[in-house]
Design a binder for this molecule. Structure first.
Ligand SMILES: Nc1ncnc2c1ncn2[C@@H]1O[C@H](COP(=O)(O)OP(=O)(O)OP(=O)(O)O)[C@@H](O)[C@H]1O
Length: 330
């Protein structure tokens, strides 16, 4: 993986919302790389900054959000250096996003076919309408929907089918990176599972990288090969998914999340939640932002923000770890 050029590089990224009562520091000093054909999970509690990260990568932040520091590069291109016109071309063809709600991503008064054709023809000036129609059929087959539904309107489809259509549109132009922000949250558990299986199959068939954003740790651990864990706007740990169990040493926050998940917890460990609450992003704690909730916190955790330690596929931000220790985990 290391000799591959990353599809996505996030460097020292910080993003804040400007509010009447001051800045909300939603993303803080984030570094993350995603490589071709890799599925990386981004997980964290509600409010940890996951969606803000996703919107920042796509350059879809609203006016009240500012990138205060850092860079986002897709295929080596700084997304924030593109002109508006270049950005329009870049989105969908190089990076695409699947949002939580398929209904809000689809136009209710247009057929599925019109929406797929629109996406194709507005980006591919060389494509004829006939070629676009053929591609639309191919895409429907790829997401396992009968192409007869090309003539359907979104409300005529089930929730799961709508989300598949959204995925079809996202991959229509063969982007290198697809960001999926809680793409199955609005669906029931059975449909959720079948969509995840589809995502995995399509990803293997077509070949693109996915940044999969979710608050559901067990789901992400199953789908992704690497998982980035966010707390108070920081990525506090990145770890290969197969190391996500309690026998491995993790950041105390990750450990807390693992203890809260029956499937990922060793059988003899009692399931328990993490005490306390996430911090106020307008007034972050000194030192390590997790220290008020950390069972292992010592004086240094309260005073000094831990450095990022990165070795191979792993990254950790915690005073409990030394580089040597991290190496022994790779
Ligand atoms: N427009 C806004 N103005 C002010 N603060 C905002 C705005 N949007 C988000 N925030 C704050 O930024 C922080 C990060 O929000 P974000 O939506 O990125 O988190 P998240 O991890 O995706 O949460 P969720 O899973 O609930 O969507 C939260 O504290 C949120 O309240």
């Amino acid at each position: 993986m290391a000799d591959n050029k990353p599809v996505l590089e996030i460097e020292d990224l910080s993003v804040a919302y400007v509010t009447g009562s001051g800045l909300v520091h939603a993303v803080n000093d984030v570094n993350l790389k995603v490589y071709p054909n890799e599925i990386v999970g981004l997980i964290g509690e509600s409010g940890s900054g996951k969606s803000t990260m996703a919107y920042t990568i796509m350059r879809l932040l609203k006016g009240d959000a500012v990138v205060t520091k850092g860079r986002v590069k897709i295929l080596g291109q700084d997304v924030y250096q593109l002109s508006k016109k270049e950005l329009r071309q870049f989105r969908w063809s190089k990076m695409a996003m699947v949002f939580q709600s398929a209904m809000s991503a689809l136009n209710p008064v247009m057929t599925v076919e019109t929406q797929i054709l629109d996406a194709l023809l507005s980006h591919r000036k060389d494509m004829t309408k006939e070629q676009a129609r053929a591609r639309a059929r191919e895409l429907m087959e790829l997401v396992r929907i009968d192409p007869k539904h090309l003539k359907s309107y979104p409300h005529e489809l089930s929730g799961g089918m709508r989300q598949r259509v959204v995925i079809a549109i996202a991959i229509a132009l063969n982007p290198a990176l697809v960001i999926m922000d809680e793409p199955t949250t609005a669906l029931d558990v059975v449909v959720q599972r079948s969509i995840l299986d589809e995502i995995r199959k399509i990803q293997q068939e077509v070949g693109f990288a996915i940044l999969f954003v979710s608050h559901d740790f067990s789901l992400v651990a199953e789908l992704a090969s690497r998982v980035a864990i966010m707390y108070a706007g920081r990525i506090i740990e990145v770890t290969p998914s197969d190391l996500l169990h309690l026998q491995e040493k993790h950041h105390p926050y990750t450990e807390g999340l693992l203890k809260a998940i029956p499937e990922l917890t060793a059988e003899d460990v009692t399931i328990q939640g993490i005490g306390g609450y996430p911090p106020d992003l307008q007034d972050l704690p000194s030192g390590c932002a997790f220290h008020p909730r950390c069972p292992y916190a010592t004086d240094i955790c309260r005073r000094v923000r831990p450095e990022k330690l990165a070795v191979g596929d792993k990254l950790i931000e915690c005073h409990l770890f030394s580089e040597k220790e991290l190496v022994s985990h790779v």
